[in-house]
Design a binder for this molecule. Structure first.
Ligand code: FAD
Length: 569
């Protein structure tokens, strides 16, 4: 069942603002918590610990530092220890690891990383923001020199040095998710020849398989080798000192360096040792005010479990936006305010060698996994701006919505330009419980170089409205080989000759009005064109002439993606 999290009322346990707040982890969640708390309360003592040398650095910028897009390492440092002290009166202790929490005594043990000396620190409130560590599977060779994960500034510095010192020419990136793809982009930018080894049959798991196809085609067109549906078995060393990534299939991929980007795991060791509740997804359980099972301990960022506002399911979502917002919520909670975290809808974007891939809300895989059946989907491929203005590029867009109320459940988009803007609009609509009718009505920017009088977001809403109100019933692509409907392709013959859905007949839209009587009235007619627009015109015409016609959403463009993803015959 789909449900939305409800705001929680002020927590009665909050009896007074703590005077000494300790924060473990000084990057996205920890630093934003510290700074917000100071803005709310000048009198509280705030001490932030990080075992690394830096706090408040831009982990999201690390791949671009490897790629020489960001040339000066100092640009990655958003705020320094000195800035925290001088501007906010926040004490930052770097190279100081928190090794233990004593909940009864309300103390933590901290260890100076340089000297290994330990000491105790007392807290009234404790905030955990230790993040998530890259997964290093226990496989032979993963600790060899030349095999890297990307989490810290020193990690990216080491990769840069390795590329320079070894005149690296080839790289294998294990894992085709966000960080893997960002590393691919940046290694290609460094003129390395890059291969991706990915266990799933697609890259970018948040996308439904057919939506990942344009991305995979783009990667291949840019010279990236894709080894999909194949896991990592081990990493060997070559005689010349290079590496060989050996896949589970036995395939061997030579590489001068290897990036492990197979996901991250919440750093819950401290929390577990202290007996804090850990959820089924492996993150710390928190309430809507980011409080853990201990009323004096809050947790934020990659280490916590959050609720998916669309499916109601718990998940871990290692993204910077939620971490920052959760840090703020925790600070407000500590300061006695009743702010709540609304949960997540997994809005995300990644740029891959000129292509933008973005998504928000549920995907079809997730809905099915959650047992949601009352939804529909439309595909469309509009230009990112008006077609008459030079340089319009298609946005491949999939919109998922609830039936019958039309609530927007999720969207995925892939294209060269204007992608994230559309997904951000749809994300905002989801946040406000918007429906496809709201998308159809949305008043958005338009000038020829930016959009269209009917923006792709409006179009997506209108198509979905047409599905809901019966103006454009859609046929299910996945039923293509089981239907006895007549498959009618209304593109021009030259387009049809270049490829079409199996068993389709061709009757171009331009001839439909004069030849429609040739079509049978006793069978459903599933209408297809290039992207769905002409099929919609044809289906409307046929319906009004007494035919039972359904649209194959997204047309032949979508069919090709579904077929490439193994979803259509
Ligand atoms: P972190 O930012 O990881 O900070 C945790 C800190 O805690 C670390 O500095 C760690 O050293 C410290 N620590 C851990 N344990 C202890 C301890 N016991 N004692 C003391 N200190 C400790 N997200 C996006 O939304 N968009 C992006 O484009 C994006 N790109 C990314 C690219 C890369 C390469 C990486 C690694 C992440 C990226 N992310 C991105 C994810 C984003 O950076 C994280 O979601 C976010 O930083 C999480 O914040 P956090 O505070 O939970 O943890």
């Amino acid at each position: 069942m789909i449900h939305q999290t409800e705001p929680q009322s002020t927590d009665s346990r909050n009896t007074g603002t703590p005077r000494r707040v300790l924060i473990v982890g000084g990057v996205a969640g920890g630093a934003s918590c510290a700074a917000r708390l100071r803005r709310l309360d000048e009198s509280v003592e705030i001490v932030m610990f990080d075992r690394g040398r830096y706090v408040s650095f831009a982990n999201c910028g690390l791949p671009y530092y490897v790629g020489n897009i960001i040339l000066d390492e100092r640009r990655l440092l958003v705020a320094s220890r000195e800035m925290f002290r001088e501007r906010f009166n926040i004490e930052v202790q770097t190279e100081t690891e928190v090794t233990k929490i004593d909940r009864n005594a309300r103390t933590i043990t901290v260890r100076d990383v340089r000297t290994s000396n330990t000491r105790m620190e007392r807290y009234e409130a404790l905030v955990l923001s230790p993040g998530a560590a890259p997964i290093r599977p226990p496989l032979p060779g993963v600790d060899r020199p030349g095999v890297f994960a990307v989490r810290t500034i020193p990690d990216s510095r080491r990769i840069r040095s390795w590329i320079a010192d070894h005149s690296a020419k080839t790289a294998v990136v294990v894992g085709g998710g966000f960080i893997g793809l960002e590393m691919v982009e940046n290694l290609v930018h460094r003129d390395l020849s890059v291969a991706i080894l990915e266990k799933l049959p697609q890259v970018m798991p948040p996308l439904d398989p057919e939506m990942a196809i344009p991305l995979m085609e783009h990667l291949v067109a840019k010279g990236v080798l894709l080894h999909l549906g194949d896991g990592l078995a081990r990493i060997e060393e070559r005689d010349d000192g290079g590496l060989v990534v050996v896949a589970e299939s036995g395939g061997r991929l030579p590489a001068d360096l290897v990036i492990l980007a197979i996901g991250v795991r919440p750093e819950t060791m401290l929390a577990k040792d202290a007996g804090l509740e850990i959820g089924p997804r492996g993150g710390i359980v928190v309430d809507a005010q980011m409080r853990t099972s201990d009323p004096n301990i809050w947790a934020v960022g990659d280490v916590v479990e959050v609720q998916d506002v669309l499916t109601g399911q718990e998940m871990v979502l290692p993204l910077a936006g939620p971490a920052n917002r959760q840090g703020r919520v925790a600070a407000e909670s500590i300061a006695g305010r009743a702010t709540h975290f609304r949960g997540v809808q997994a809005t995300a974007v990644v740029g891959v060698l000129g292509l933008t891939v973005a998504s928000t809300g549920a995907n079809e895989k997730g809905l099915r996994r959650a047992g949601v059946t009352s939804f529909q989907r439309v595909y469309l491929h509009p230009g990112h701006h008006a077609g008459y203005y030079p340089g319009a590029h298609a946005i491949h867009l999939k919109l998922l919505f609830a039936v019958p109320d039309g609530r927007v459940l999720g969207a995925q988009a892939v294209g060269l330009e204007g992608v994230e803007k559309r997904i951000d609009v749809i994300a905002t609509a989801i946040q406000f419980n918007g429906t496809v009718h709201d998308l159809a009505k949305a008043e958005l920017c338009y000038a020829p170089q930016f959009g269209a009088a009917k923006d792709p977001v409006n179009l997506a809403g209108m198509l979905a409205q047409n599905v809901l109100n019966g103006d454009m019933p859609v046929a299910d692509w996945l039923e293509l080989d089981r239907t006895d409907a007549l498959l009618l392709d209304v593109r021009e013959p030259d387009e049809f000759a270049c490829g079409h859905v199996p068993n389709a007949i061709n009757l171009p839209l331009s001839q439909l009005r004069s030849r429609y009587v040739e079509l049978p009235k006793d069978r459903d007619i599933w209408v297809c064109c290039a992207v769905g627009q002409r099929a919609y015109f044809a289906a409307r015409f046929l319906t009004q002439h007494g035919y039972r016609s359904l649209n194959l959403s997204g047309g032949y463009t979508t069919y090709k993606a579904l077929k490439a993803a193994g979803l259509a015959p």
